[in-house]
Write a protein that binds this ligand. Structure first.
Ligand SMILES: Cc1cc2nc3c(=O)[nH]c(=O)nc-3n(C[C@H](O)[C@H](O)[C@H](O)COP(=O)(O)O)c2cc1C
Length: 167
């Protein structure tokens, strides 16, 4: 087991990263990120997901043009589209794939690799680009790359006494 203090510090230290070095991550690192996604828990163990690895610069450039707050994706050496399979788990695919995304981002952070959830995009256009079906939900596209520049300062969180209720 991981030391709990170390783990909490690790969780608090993670940041969304929006600037990447012009350097590929290794296949081993990419494999570990994908493996962290594969081992995500899911409702009734349905695993309603697919992960699309995107390294092609032209595709990343096109995604960038269709991302409203994610233009920086074109800087990343690789991105992973997290796709929810609606037919496999129509009730839980959103939650299950959100957990996948977090697992992958945390795995990446252990490797010194930054990422950021890109949520706002022209989904229909990007789905077409990636050859997705009507019944595929494109949750997010996560860019992954070594961090360029300094790690951003933490954004303040709501204090526990404002968000925790005891009954
Ligand atoms: C569901 C979701 C959607 C997000 N969409 C975007 C986005 O489109 N573009 C972006 O730059 N960041 C996006 N973010 C990242 C958040 O802005 C970021 O997590 C938040 O500001 C807290 O910063 P931190 O991750 O560094 O702690 C998104 C995060 C989540 C969880």
């Amino acid at each position: 087991m991981i030391d709990p203090e170390v783990f909490l510090k690790f969780l608090k230290g993670r940041r969304s990263i929006r600037s990447f070095q012009d350097k590929s991550i290794t296949e081993k690192e990419l494999g570990m990120i994908l493996e962290a996604g594969r081992w995500t828990p899911s409702a009734s163990h349905r695993q309603p997901w697919e992960f699309i690895v995107i390294k092609n610069n032209e595709i990343l450039e096109k995604i960038s043009k269709n991302a409203f707050y994610g233009k920086f994706i074109k800087e990343a050496p690789v991105a992973i589209a997290i796709v929810g399979k609606i037919k496999t788990s129509s009730k839980w695919y959103l939650i299950d794939t959100s957990l996948v995304s977090m697992n992958m981002m945390l795995m990446a952070w252990t490797l010194g690799i930054g990422s950021c959830w890109i949520g706002a995009m022209n989904r229909e256009k990007v789905k077409n680009l990636l050859g997705l079906k009507e019944t595929d939900h494109l949750l997010t596209i996560l860019p992954f790359g070594y961090i360029k520049g300094s790690i951003p300062e933490p954004k303040p969180r709501k204090p526990l006494n404002k968000i925790v209720k005891n009954v």
